[in-house]
Design a protein around this ligand. Structure first.
Ligand SMILES: Cc1cc2nc3c(=O)[nH]c(=O)nc-3n(C[C@H](O)[C@H](O)[C@H](O)COP(=O)(O)OP(=O)(O)OC[C@H]3O[C@@H](n4cnc5c(N)ncnc54)[C@H](O)[C@@H]3O)c2cc1C
Ligand code: SF4
Length: 516
């Protein structure tokens, strides 16, 4: 008998470990375990999402003729860890062989490597070919690359896959349309709502379980509406392509008060669980260009996120190793302020982004990068505290994707391995891209004074504080020049304003952070 354990983010019918396996002599093992549920105190919607999707997937596998051994979190003899459940299942089914797809994170890869000794079975670990770029190919690209930049990686992938290519040239004659893709949302333009999927009986049972077992975890659970089956995820994909993709490019960098999704796809949870695979999502978007249903700037902008960013951060995570998560190039040590958990702040932009994170376990990319991440970096928060927070609060968070995005892209804690300069912005940037400032208690035009927007003084304080590390960056020369041209009094007042604001921040109470 062969045991095929499936991890909670391996919910793909075409998974490598299922392909070619004979149903008659294979047992598929799926286990909800406390160790995975609690290694960080996940947002409750994340827990519901993963367990509900696992239960639905197990039912689909059974309907397709597979023998599934499903272990529920509330089974009285649940052994609490994946390794213990696999060892017990191997024994229960008299397995002589274990076949698994490689886990998506360092912690679980180590567990997989210990399985042969723990079970006495032969263990076969297969590459995760739901990603488009095998890790060995990423490594070959990296070894030959002059620099580790997304843009180079993405162009290489466009050529390799032929996606949006016309022969050797990019379709439309341009590799990217970023300059056309930075529009603020015009007044009166209402993005179509993203589809929501009301919980069925299976999901309701999981909601009750999670509410009882994790009563103190962050996040609301009553508005749960994530896709938990492949059929729902495909529906969400088709609705996105038809309704929001055409304007995805124009407004991909926009922010708007009370607009939680804008024209974003909300497909990351389904992609990261395996309900959808990258290639089919890319193909669906590309076919919209062919059919004249979406413009090239929109489709290219979207494809870049998946063929580019998603594959790139995964390659970087594995190449950089477990040490990457501990990097702190700017030596930032401040604890996270408590409003990251409560959402209670007078800064309208952050109250909005954190509030919707609590309600939906979702924020779109610019909210994560230019509001929340930007604030944390300007305030000098510890990148590890920031990374722990991001891993906890989003329904799509897994270390392979969260860590590079936080440590590298958002906090510049890798010293520029990923981003040519820190993604830092003051109030002006937020005001240009959003309508938040109109309803804010702070004055976005002011740098000092009682009502001054905190982002302004913090922005300059960040640059002044990190001068030794950043001033040599050619992309920051003009900014430092502007700072230097301010009067000495203005610079002193700005830094005093930042210090006074930082002194008002209450650190988050202990207990929210990593639980292991
Ligand atoms: C600080 C920070 C933390 C982040 N943490 C996560 C995380 O834990 N999990 C996660 O999936 N994404 C993360 N991202 C990337 C991105 O913000 C989310 O993928 C996106 O907001 C998900 O919403 P969406 O599906 O509507 O995305 P869309 O804007 O519609 O983009 C389409 C898809 O592209 C992919 N994608 C887009 N940007 C990125 C990126 N930078 N890295 C990897 N994939 C990307 C996602 O799969 C996404 O579903 C993070 C970004 C930042 C700045
Ligand atoms: S004024 Fe400053 S704090 Fe307020 S919404 Fe604008 S950028 Fe955010």
């Amino acid at each position: 008998m062969r045991l095929v354990p499936l991890l909670g983010d391996q919910l793909s019918p075409g998974l490598a470990s299922l392909r070619g396996a004979r149903r008659a002599d294979t047992v598929v093992l799926m286990a909800e375990v406390a160790e995975e549920a609690a290694y960080v105190p996940h947002h409750r919607q994340k827990l519901v999402l993963v367990f509900a999707a696992m239960r639905h997937f197990a039912a689909d596998l059974r309907a397709a003729g597979w023998q599934v051994d499903y272990r529920r979190l509330d089974d009285p003899d649940n052994r609490g860890s994946l390794e213990a459940e696999i060892v017990a299942a191997a024994c229960r089914h008299g397995a002589t062989a274990i076949r698994m797809v490689e886990a998506g994170e360092h912690r679980l890869r180590a567990m997989q490597q210990a399985l042969a000794a723990a079970t006495g079975c032969t263990v076969e670990i297969l590459p995760d070919d739901r990603f488009l770029v095998p890790l060995a190919a990423f490594e070959r690209w990296r070894a030959g690359a002059r620099r580790l930049r997304l843009e180079d990686f993405y162009r290489w992938q466009r050529r390799e896959t032929g996606v949006l290519m016309a022969g050797d040239a990019p379709l439309g004659g341009q590799w990217n349309f970023d300059s056309a893709n930075r529009k603020p949302l015009p007044r009166g333009l209402k993005p179509p709502p993203a589809p929501a999927f009301p919980p069925d009986a299976v999901t309701c049972e999981v909601i009750d379980l999670v509410t009882a077992r994790f009563p103190h975890n962050f996040g609301e659970v009553d508005r749960f509406g994530w896709p938990v089956t492949r059929a729902q995820a495909l529906h969400a994909l088709h609705r996105f392509v038809a309704e929001r993709l055409p304007r995805f490019g124009d407004y991909q960098d926009a922010l708007a008060h009370g607009e939680e999704t804008l024209f974003h796809s909300l497909l990351s949870t389904s992609l990261n669980l395996g309900l959808l695979v990258a290639r089919e999502v890319i193909d669906a978007a590309v076919s919209a260009v062919g059919a004249g249903a979406a413009p090239l700037n929109a489709v290219e902008g979207f494809v870049r996120q998946i063929l580019g960013w998603r594959e790139y951060v995964r390659g970087l995570y594995w190449w950089a190793g477990p040490e990457y998560g501990a990097l702190n190039a700017l030596g930032a040590t401040r604890p996270l302020p408590d409003f990251f958990w409560t959402g209670e702040t007078r800064m309208a932009c952050l109250a909005d982004a954190i509030g919707q994170t609590r309600d939906h376990a979702y924020a779109h990319h610019i909210q994560r990068l230019m509001l929340i991440g930007n604030f944390a970096m300007l305030a000098g928060c510890s990148p590890q505290a920031v990374s722990d927070w991001f891993l906890v609060v989003y329904a799509d968070a897994y270390p392979w994707v969260e860590e590079p995005n936080v440590i590298g892209m958002s906090q510049w804690a890798d010293g520029g391995l990923m981003a040519t300069k820190p993604y830092a912005g003051g109030g002006n940037y937020i005001n240009r891209m959003s309508d938040h400032c109109r309803g804010c208690a702070y004055d976005v035009k002011a740098r000092v004074g009682e009502r001054a927007c905190p982002f302004n003084a913090l922005y300059w304080d960040f640059l002044a504080r990190n001068r030794a590390k950043l001033a040599g960056n050619p992309r920051l020369l003009r900014v430092y020049d502007t700072w230097d041209r301010m009067s000495a009094e203005a610079r002193t007042a700005t830094r005093a304003q930042a210090a006074a604001f930082l002194a008002t921040l209450k650190p988050a109470r202990p207990g929210w952070a990593r639980a292991d």
